[in-house]
Write a protein that binds this ligand. Structure first.
Ligand SMILES: [Ca+2]
Ligand SMILES: [Ca+2]
Length: 368
């Protein structure tokens, strides 16, 4: 194989591995109450563990050390807020409730003639899943909502989300074209559980029959080791080991030049962030919202001699997200070296700035 092509293929393989590593889990075996565990995680890492999907759940399970305990805290806690959300994790901005709906204490929703109704999650109905190429899949076996969710996640992507009027019409048409029964589960549910880090993740992995609030005041969630990591609600004042998570990226709200920022990251963390995939760009977009400057340094540098942009981690810039007019080599006649920053507002594209500008910056906290 051609050497250059081999290098490119190798590089693509490395990029796809790194896509999974936005967060690392750390199992702490000291026993603490949920609040004490939260405080510890916020001091030493990012927060008590958030779990976005089955992939995270598998990573977390791998981080568990075994020995003498049954329960391990995660960052999920019951609150007084009980809002509708999509199983896929998207916020429910568009809602299309039928007449006088939602009308009860029910926490799951089905679709009938294009309109939505709240309904007890334990009832059995047929199901619509969404598959990886965004097509709709009708499941003719009846299932309760949570089993329907597991089925869609195992066999397709998730229960169907309906994010706008267009998608609502698509689902309605799909139901009439494929002669489904009148009432079919969609991915809409509500619960009052919230992640400690305020993440919007609607991923839930409760054991059968949980959460049951059995002892009253069971307001915090644990992983149960003897059910492959499925979750249970227990009293927050119990003392258990716990799992913290550490986000890969951290925004430093100090105003430094590019070289000072690089030194700061290398001394206190690992490096200035290298954004060599869309996944990392998404992580960047997430943290720059808290920046106090209009742009935020990345580990992106222009080489005068070679006339190219490169990442401080040593990679060439294959994935790109430049704002129009940036990322070219035409600024070469200037004296100051140019470095790359990401806009903290707007489209959060990359821009070229003189390295002497003083900006907030993003460090990576661990190597891949
Ligand atoms: Ca109802
Ligand atoms: Ca329980």
């Amino acid at each position: 194989m051609d050497q250059a092509l081999y290098f490119i293929l190798l590089h693509i393989a490395l990029c796809s591995v790194s896509e999974c590593v936005q967060r690392q889990y750390h199992h702490i075996t000291d026993r603490k109450t949920w609040i004490e565990a939260q405080k510890y995680c916020r001091e030493k890492y990012t927060d008590l563990a958030t779990i976005d999907n089955m992939n995270d759940m598998n990573e977390l399970n791998k981080s568990l050390k075994h020995g003498g305990f049954q329960y391990v805290w995660i960052g999920l806690q019951k609150t007084s807020c009980n809002k509708w959300q999509w199983s896929s994790g998207e916020p429910a901005l568009y809602l299309n409730w039928g007449y006088k709906q939602p009308d009860g204490k029910d926490e799951c929703a089905f679709m009938r003639d294009g309109q939505w109704h709240d309904w007890p999650c334990a009832k059995s109905q047929t199901v619509i899943c969404r598959s990886s190429n965004n097509t709709l899949i009708f499941v003719s076996q009846t299932k309760n909502w949570r089993d329907a969710q597991s089925y869609c996640r195992q066999n397709h992507i998730d229960l169907v989300s309906v994010r706008n009027h267009n998608e609502n019409q698509q689902v309605e048409k799909f139901m009439s074209d494929s002669h489904t029964p009148n009432d079919v589960w969609i991915g809409l549910f509500r619960d009052s559980w919230q992640w400690s880090d305020q993440s919007a993740s609607s991923f839930r992995y409760w054991s059968a029959g949980e959460p049951n609030n059995a002892g009253q005041g069971e307001n915090c969630a644990v992983i149960t080791l003897n059910t492959q990591g499925q979750w249970n609600d227990v009293s927050c004042t119990n003392q258990h080991p716990f799992v913290c998570h550490e986000d890969k990226l951290i925004l430093i709200a100090k105003n430094l030049t590019w070289s000072e920022a690089l030194r700061y990251c290398r001394q206190n963390h690992v490096d200035l962030v290298s954004v060599h995939s869309e996944e990392i760009q998404r992580g960047v977009m997430n943290v720059v919202k808290r920046a106090s400057t209009e742009a935020v340094w990345l580990g992106l540098r222009h080489s005068h001699i070679l006339g190219i942009w490169f990442w401080v981690s040593g990679e060439t810039v294959c994935y790109q997200n430049w704002a129009p007019g940036n990322g070219t080599s035409e600024e070469d006649c200037e004296h100051t070296v140019r470095s790359g920053a990401v806009q903290s507002g707007g489209n959060q594209r990359w821009i070229s700035r003189p390295e002497t500008d003083e900006l907030n910056f993003i460090c990576s906290r661990y190597e891949e």
